[in-house]
Design a binder for this molecule. Sequence first.
Ligand SMILES: Cc1cc2nc3c(=O)[nH]c(=O)nc-3n(C[C@H](O)[C@H](O)[C@H](O)COP(=O)(O)OP(=O)(O)OC[C@H]3O[C@@H](n4cnc5c(N)ncnc54)[C@H](O)[C@@H]3O)c2cc1C
Length: 402
Amino acid sequence: MQDSVTKYDVIIIGGGAAGLMCAATAAQRGRRVLVLEKANKVGKKILMSGGGRCNFTNYSIEAENYIANNPHFCKSALSRYSQWDFIALTERYGIAYEERKHGQLFCRGSAKEILAMLLGECEAAGVEINSSSEIGLISSHQGDGPGYQLEVNARRLWCQSLVVASGALSIPTLGGSDIGYAIARQFGLSLTECRAGLVPFMFSDFMKAICERLSGLALEVEVHCRGQSFRENLLFTHRGLSGPVSLQISNYWQPGDELQINLLPDVDATAWLLAAKQSQGKSRLATLLNKHLARGLVAELQALWWPELGASPLAEFSDKHLKSIGEQLNAWCLKPSATEGYRTAEVTLGGVDTDGISSKTMEAKQQKGLYFVGEVLDVSGHLGGFNFQWAWSSGYSAGLVV
Ligand SMILES: Cc1cc2nc3c(=O)[nH]c(=O)nc-3n(C[C@H](O)[C@H](O)[C@H](O)COP(=O)(O)OP(=O)(O)OC[C@H]3O[C@@H](n4cnc5c(N)ncnc54)[C@H](O)[C@@H]3O)c2cc1C
């Protein structure tokens, strides 16, 4: 370990979305800023995001799009640096983008352009970035005034403001780590319970084999769980259920909960089936359903709900039986055994308890000079660009004051 200490105004742990935004903002104010990144490259999640096209924000950002113990915490930062601010930045860099469903904004070209833009901002402002940094001991250090001393790759570093932008537990191969929580604990901050979010479901019952057989099939459904509902595409995979609708509802699902899946969200299935019994009594139920749902799925539903009547005309079904089938079409109750966990989760729900953090500056209330930004905090967004917007907004808010 070298004896001399290299001094910075600001050290940021983590060169992801929030860390780079914070670094550029602080350096533009004339602060001497160092970003310490564990991986060999910064911004790996940005590059992987949105299928390589980075869903970087959303036209409609509201506090309701976020899940947090304190639902008001995110408001201040989101209004200080809004989606319009980030859109303006991308436009200054000439990044072509497009709106997809539900106001989601994606790069037309590549997520690389977003990372290049952030790195461009950092470079122009003189930010220093050290990748492959192994962070050792961190201490709050009074020697040269209040600040923090860090041991990093056998060097001693000192900073006035320490920003934790190390993200959370999701996808360890893309940098997911718990160092942010360890630092929070070290300085007496509380954590809320963490679990995987925006993550596919798995099954251990009869659905396991059904999902395997239907693997690759996608259809638009409405899913309900714990008073929340989303209407989007559902995707059967060889491991279970994925697709945007599964990821969205996974943020609310708790182990043991059932999902209610409305396979025909625009149809009152019971009324439709009872009417069809009168008007098309000679048709088979499967033939009727094939007009709305994929054949493979209808065959699976037949095996579950009317196995004895597969070859029978609708007129032979009792009204009671049709009512039960109709109800299940509109609310198919499935009980996942688990989610795929942090291995594939897009976010981590929970994190550093925001009760201990200033919503204006992201500084720890009881620990001067220590800041937390991005996903490490207990703020998680819906699918659709909300998580990056939180990273930009919280990173910027801290960048203005560090
Ligand atoms: C596959 C995938 C696709 C996604 N797509 C989207 C999308 O399209 N739109 C959207 O809004 N959100 C998306 N997300 C979520 C989004 O990527 C995150 O919410 C966002 O990156 C969080 O930003 P962050 O800066 O807090 O953390 P991160 O971007 O995860 O950055 C944290 C950084 O800290 C580094 N780090 C970790 N530990 C250490 C350590 N000990 N020392 C130094 N550095 C460390 C990591 O290597 C990483 O570079 C996606 C996530 C995944 C996994």
